[in-house]
Design a protein around this ligand. Structure first.
Ligand SMILES: [Cu+2]
Length: 224
């Protein structure tokens, strides 16, 4: 199919869903650990139980490097999204990923914009920095436009969903048993659906690194 036809197909779907928009519903999901404590940085994503998710225009998003940290720490994007990695620090960073869903490398000098990176395959991607060991960011690439990341309260809200049945999944970079995790199936009418996911996390050092207290002095001296 030509790009134009695909674009047109996407547009028609958008129109159809816009027409149904009045009945759009919301999924409110809360993610907790086995003690009931809220878990932030968890991704919730919902796929229609039947058929594919609606097409969408290609989008772009940003993962910043500020104060020698990636922001945000966890992102979720739809396959086909381009991510920009601007360097807001006045030192060099070197973004890399060895993940199967996207392998790449970007040596980044302050003030120079690198081309955005296309994330075209669903899966999990972990980015590090060759220079600053503690810099880590995680991206989950999914096949649906319906997703959100939990905040400090462990809550994620997925809005504007057309009525229908959805498989709703949770993901977190440190989650135990990711592959065996079963989705919750929910039927959305006009109202909201409230879901609760209980997950267990691996020990923190497997998915998080603390920025050292002396990180700034350490790297100011040698500009790298
Ligand atoms: Cu760095």
């Amino acid at each position: 199919m030509s790009q134009f036809c695909q674009g047109l197909g996407g547009l028609l779907l958008v129109l159809i869903f816009a027409a149904k928009g009045a009945g759009a519903a919301e999924i409110v999901a809360t993610v907790v650990d086995d003690d009931g404590e809220a878990i932030r940085h968890a991704v919730i994503h919902a796929e229609p139980a039947a058929g594919a998710a609606p097409n969408g225009a290609p989008t772009e998003t940003v993962i910043d490097q500020i104060d020698k940290l990636y922001t945000p720490f966890v992102s979720v994007v739809r396959a086909g999204t381009r991510i920009r990695f601007p360097n807001r620090d006045n030192i060099k960073h070197h973004v890399y990923s060895f993940s199967r869903a996207k392998k790449f490398e970007l040596p980044l000098y302050a003030g120079r914009a690198a081309a955005p990176v296309l994330f075209d395959k669903p899966g999990e991607v972990t980015m590090g920095c060759n220079i600053h060991d503690w810099m880590i960011a995680h991206v989950l690439v999914v096949d649906t436009p319906h997703f959100a990341v939990t905040g400090d309260d462990g809550q994620a809200r997925l809005g504007g969903l057309p009525p229908g049945d959805y498989r709703v999944r949770v993901w977190h970079p440190g989650m135990k048993g990711k592959r065996k995790a079963k989705p919750q199936v929910v039927r959305l009418g006009d109202g909201n659906a409230e879901l609760r996911f209980e997950i267990r996390l691996k020990s923190r050092h497997k998915w998080w690194r603390e920025k050292p207290d002396d990180a700034d002095e350490r790297y100011e001296r040698n500009d790298g």
